[in-house]
Ligand binder design. Structure first.
Ligand SMILES: Cc1cc2nc3c(=O)[nH]c(=O)nc-3n(C[C@H](O)[C@H](O)[C@H](O)COP(=O)(O)OP(=O)(O)OC[C@H]3O[C@@H](n4cnc5c(N)ncnc54)[C@H](O)[C@@H]3O)c2cc1C
Length: 418
């Protein structure tokens, strides 16, 4: 059975790995010349089941209005993106109803906890083969300045405990003892939640490393090959048409991130995925701002992740259409937000030493990924992971493999269907 996987981001490469390990003949295609050239390039590095809640929290509509056009906000809606977002945006708001949100949060938490177990297993099994992606089972610390928000987050963490997400509530003294880099904001904090089972790792190094190992085991990888159309014969997938010519296929997995909807449209399938832009900065972790633990600041909606000898700062959600350009003003905004937490960070954005980056998260309207078989025989999906693609990668790939092979999956695929 020949399977073509479209997209060499973290979802596509991990899917290709799982399919190849199951003994299938696999070809991986990507329009870019390098793997992890899209959203998987320099993300926040957090593998966090603890943050499995969708972004369309109840009340998100008011937040979006409040921040409309505000360049200094963590959440930015560009007025020019509004027409393109009309249908998706309304459904995004519809899914922010409390019960829908709570259900989707639990579904995500279950997948994320399973995925973390799979990531640990792969890390253990492949470390000897040279897979190194700065993986650390450090846990993740989220700090708070607003007691109400802290109580809300604690309540959400309690709800996820049944899905295997453990947490510890720390007072401010415990927070500072465990993370001295937060001493500069001691008086502003009201405590933290520590999630011991969360982990961190570099998604790009994982993606490129796993791809190399998969190629050693027989995966065919064709970079710089754009897919133009999915061809069907008698209603099922029979070939993938690319700008390098057609490739015969018994099945395909579309893992082309925020660009996936365009490939499905000609088949009459509507895939509710839209790009949500985010920014990161990667800087050397010198003694001035060395952090022990990966941090999330609840008030500023930013993450600060030590990855090897570097510090990754990431954040912002920008509804700006499919525009991946790096705008220095928005990158500087991430630095300014992080500096409210790590006060020793430099005040000015230095593009030489801070490697700014922007990427487009493939966000589904309901806030859960879209995985598995579709109504078109032979067509499978792995996209829509939004802000959690790195966390979900291994678990989602295992479920897609099971769906494709007709095996009973570890977690129900029903929750993730198109
Ligand atoms: C700033 C930021 C911080 C983040 N932080 C975290 C985090 O801490 N933890 C976490 O879990 N997640 C995080 N994420 C989310 C995560 O990075 C994404 O969900 C994930 O990278 C999506 O991977 P993907 O493979 O679906 O998409 P991508 O990585 O975008 O890959 C899609 C690939 O498909 C290719 N492609 C598209 N169309 C075609 C076509 N027609 N033909 C051939 N190839 C095509 C593209 O070239 C691209 O390489 C973050 C994202 C951002 C932007």
């Amino acid at each position: 059975m020949h399977v073509v996987v479209i997209g060499a981001g973290v979802m596509g490469v991990t899917t290709a790995w799982y399919l190849r390990e199951a003994g299938l003949d696999v070809t991986l295609l990507d329009a870019a010349t390098e793997p992890a050239a899209g959203a998987s390039h320099a993300n926040g590095g957090m593998l966090h089941a603890s943050h499995a809640e969708p972004w369309n929290t109840p009340g998100v509509g008011l937040d979006l209005l409040r921040y409309l056009g505000r360049e200094d906000s963590p959440l930015l809606m560009r007025p020019r993106a509004l027409p393109g977002l009309a249908g998706w945006g309304l459904r995004f708001l519809w899914h922010s109803r409390r019960l829908a949100f709570q259900r989707h949060a639990l579904v995500n938490a279950r997948l994320a906890a399973f995925s973390l177990r799979e990531t640990r297993r792969l890390n253990r099994e492949l470390a000897g083969s040279g897979l190194d992606f700065d993986f650390r089972e450090s846990g993740i610390l989220k700090v708070f300045r607003d007691p109400q928000s802290q109580a809300r987050n604690r309540h959400a963490a309690e709800a996820m405990q049944d899905e295997g997400v453990r947490f510890e509530a720390w007072d401010t003294e415990q927070v500072i003892n465990r993370e001295p880099a937060l001493a500069g904001v001691r008086d502003e904090l009201c405590g933290g939640l520590y999630f011991p089972d969360d982990a961190i790792g570099d998604a790009r190094r994982f993606t490129t490393g796993l791809l190399e190992l998969a190629r050693d085991r027989g995966l065919r990888y064709r970079p710089a090959t754009r897919v133009r159309r999915l061809r069907t014969f008698q209603g099922r997938i029979d070939a993938i048409e690319t700008d390098e010519g057609p490739i015969a296929a018994d099945a395909c997995v579309v893992a082309s991130g925020h660009e996936a909807p365009a490939l499905l449209r000609p088949l009459g399938l509507h895939l509710p995925v839209a790009p949500v832009k985010g920014y990161s900065l990667t800087l050397p972790m010198d003694t001035g701002h060395r952090v022990q633990l990966p941090l999330i600041d609840d008030a500023n909606k930013v993450v600060m992740t030590p990855l090897g000898d570097q510090l990754r700062l990431a954040g912002t959600a920008e509804f700006a259409g499919a525009d991946a350009r790096m705008e220095p003003r928005r990158a500087a905004n991430v630095l300014a937000q992080c500096r409210r937490t790590l006060t020793t960070l430099p005040a000015e954005l230095d593009r030489e030493t801070m490697a700014p980056w922007a990427g487009l998260r493939p966000m589904s309207d309901r806030g859960t990924p879209i995985l598995g078989p579709t109504a078109v025989p032979g067509l499978h999906l792995n996209t829509g992971s939004g802000h959690l693609g790195w966390t979900f990668a291994c678990g989602a790939a295992a479920l897609v493999r099971d769906g494709l092979l007709g095996r009973a999956p570890e977690a129900s695929l029903e929750d993730f269907r198109l």
